[in-house]
Design a protein around this ligand. Structure first.
Ligand code: HEC
Ligand code: HEC
Ligand code: HEC
Ligand code: HEC
Ligand code: HEC
Ligand code: HEC
Length: 270
C-alpha cells in the first residue's frame, strides 16, 4: 500500500515504455511519451489534432495495473493509457471506453473534477496540499496510525491510533474507507468483487463479529499470493470440523477475472 502511488520516473509505466509510439487502434490516436528525469511528457496526435500534458504521478503499486495522472492546461486527467505489468502490456484504463477517441484531448484521458481528484488522492496518498499536490504519496504509517508524527516527536506523550485495537466490524469498516465498505450501485454487479470489505460483510462468517481483515492479512504486508494453505488454516481455526478437507479457498473464495490483467478474490464467503 505504501507504493500505491509513485513519482513518474520510478513507475513500471515509465520503465517499460517502448521506443515506438503506442496507438489506440490502427486508425486511432497515436501516443508519444518522452521521459525526463522527473516527469513524462505525453502527446496524443491524429492528423493535425494534437494535445499534450505532463505526468508527474503514476497510481497503482503494479500488482494489477498502473495509471498516470496527466497535468494539462484544462486540469488533471486520468490517463487513457495504463500499464498492466502482469500481461505485460499497455492498454486502455479500466472504466474508460474502448472505442477510438473523438479528439486529441479526450484521447489523453478523462478530466477529473476537483472532488474526483481529491478522492483519488485520498485513497492513494497520505498527505496532499490544498491545491491537491501530493506531499506524502502512497498509504504510509500515519494514514492508518493517526498521531504517528506526534509520537515520533514525543514518544511518551503521544500514542498513535492502532487500528488493530478496533473491533472486527469496525476494522473492516476502517479498511473499507479505501477498499470500500458501502456501495451505491447494484449489489450483484460483478465489479463489486473488487471491494473486499463490502463483500466480506455479506458473509455469515462476518456476522459472527469476529472476522476481520487481519484475520487473514498482515496489515503491513501484501496479500499472500497463491498460498491457499495459509488461508485454509484461517478457515479451520473457526470451522474446526469442516464438512470436508481440502482447499476451502478454491470453492468458497474463488478468483474472478474482471479484465485480462485484473483478478480479484471474492470475499463473500458462502
Ligand atoms: C488510505 C487508503 C487505504 C486504507 C485505509 C487501507 N488500504 Fe489497503 N490498499 C490501498 C491501496 C490504494 C491499495 C492498492 C495498492 C495498489 O495495488 O495499487 C491497497 C492494497 C491492499 C492490499 C493488497 C496488496 C497486494 O498484495 O496487492 C491489501 C492486502 C490491503 N490493501 C489490505 C488492507 C487492510 C487489511 C487495511 C486495513 C487495516 C487496508 N488495506 C487499509 C489503500 C488503503
Ligand atoms: C475509495 C478509494 C479509492 C479511490 C477514490 C481511488 N482508488 Fe485506486 N485503488 C483503491 C484501492 C483500495 C485499490 C486496490 C484494489 C485491490 O487490489 O483490491 C486501488 C487500485 C488502483 C489501481 C491498481 C489497478 C486496479 O485497478 O486495481 C490503480 C491504477 C488505481 N487504483 C488508480 C486510481 C486512480 C487513477 C484514481 C482516481 C482517478 C483512483 N484509483 C481512485 C482505492 C481507491
Ligand atoms: C493500512 C493500514 C496500516 C498502515 C499503512 C500501517 N499500519 Fe501499522 N498496523 C495496522 C494494523 C491493522 C495493526 C494491527 C496489527 C494486527 O492486528 O495484525 C497495526 C499494528 C502496528 C504496530 C503494533 C502496535 C501494537 O500495539 O502492537 C506497530 C508498531 C505499527 N503498526 C507500526 C506501523 C508503521 C511504523 C507503519 C509504517 C511503516 C505502519 N504501521 C503502517 C495498520 C497499518
Ligand atoms: C472468525 C471465525 C470464522 C472464520 C475465520 C471463518 N468463518 Fe466461516 N463462518 C463463521 C461463522 C460464525 C459462521 C456462521 C455459522 C452459523 O451461523 O452456523 C460461518 C459460516 C460459514 C459458511 C456458511 C455460509 C452460509 O451462507 O450459510 C461457510 C460456507 C463458511 N463459513 C466458510 C468459511 C471459509 C471457507 C472460511 C475461510 C476462508 C471461513 N468460513 C472462515 C466463522 C468463521
Ligand atoms: C478469510 C480470509 C480472508 C479475509 C478475512 C480477508 N481476506 Fe483478503 N484475501 C484472501 C485471499 C484468499 C486472497 C487471495 C490471495 C491470493 O491472491 O492468492 C485475498 C486477497 C486480497 C487482496 C488482493 C486483491 C484480491 O481481491 O485478490 C486484497 C486487496 C484484500 N484481500 C483485502 C482484504 C481486506 C481489505 C479485507 C477485510 C475487509 C480482507 N481482505 C479480508 C483472504 C481473506
Ligand atoms: C469442492 C468444493 C468445496 C471445498 C473444497 C470445501 N467446501 Fe465447504 N461447501 C461446499 C459446498 C458446495 C457447500 C454447500 C453444500 C454442502 O453443505 O455440502 C459447502 C458448505 C460449507 C459450510 C456450510 C455448511 C456446513 O457444513 O457447516 C461451511 C462452514 C464450509 N463449507 C466450510 C468449508 C471449509 C472450512 C473448507 C476447507 C476445510 C471447505 N468448506 C471446503 C464446497 C466446498
Amino acid at each position: 500500500m505504501a507504493n500505491a502511488m509513485h513519482p513518474a520516473a520510478l513507475s513500471a509505466f515509465a520503465q517499460s515504455l517502448p521506443e515506438k509510439p503506442l496507438h489506440e487502434s490502427a486508425g486511432g490516436y497515436e501516443f508519444e511519451f518522452q521521459r525526463s528525469p522527473d516527469s513524462i511528457q505525453v502527446t496524443a496526435e491524429r492528423g493535425t489534432d494534437r494535445a499534450s500534458g505532463t505526468i508527474h504521478w503514476v497510481l497503482g503499486a503494479g500488482a494489477q495495473g498502473e495509471t498516470p495522472l496527466i497535468a494539462t492546461a484544462a486540469g488533471t486527467l486520468e490517463s487513457r493509457i495504463s500499464f498492466f505489468p502482469q500481461l505485460p502490456r499497455y492498454g486502455i484504463t479500466i472504466g474508460q471506453h474502448a472505442a477510438d477517441s473523438t479528439s486529441a484531448q479526450a484521447a489523453l484521458g478523462r478530466l477529473q473534477t476537483r472532488e474526483m481528484l481529491a478522492q483519488c488522492l485520498g485513497c492513494h496518498a497520505t498527505a496532499v496540499t490544498r491545491d491537491l499536490e501530493p506531499v506524502v504519496p502512497g498509504v504510509q504509517c500515519q494514514r492508518c496510525h493517526a498521531g504517528a508524527e506526534a509520537h515520533l516527536a514525543n514518544p511518551a506523550a503521544h500514542h498513535p491510533v492502532n487500528p488493530g485495537k478496533l473491533s472486527a466490524p469496525a476494522q473492516v469498516e476502517f479498511c473499507g474507507t479505501c477498499h470500500r465498505f458501502r456501495l451505491s450501485g447494484p449489489p450483484d454487479a460483478i465489479e463489486n468483487v473488487r471491494f473486499q470489505p463490502y463483500r466480506l460483510a455479506m458473509s455469515r462468517c462476518f456476522s459472527s463479529g469476529k472476522l476481520s481483515c487481519t484475520t487473514c492479512h498482515a496489515a503491513h504486508q501484501d496479500a499472500r499470493r497463491n498460498d491457499n494453505a495459509f488461508y485454509n488454516q484461517r478457515c479451520v481455526s473457526c470451522h474446526t470440523q469442516p464438512h470436508r478437507s481440502g482447499d476451502c479457498i478454491s470453492c468458497h473464495m474463488p478468483r474472478v477475472q474482471l479484465h485480462p490483467a485484473l483478478a480479484f478474490t471474492d470475499h463473500y464467503i458462502r
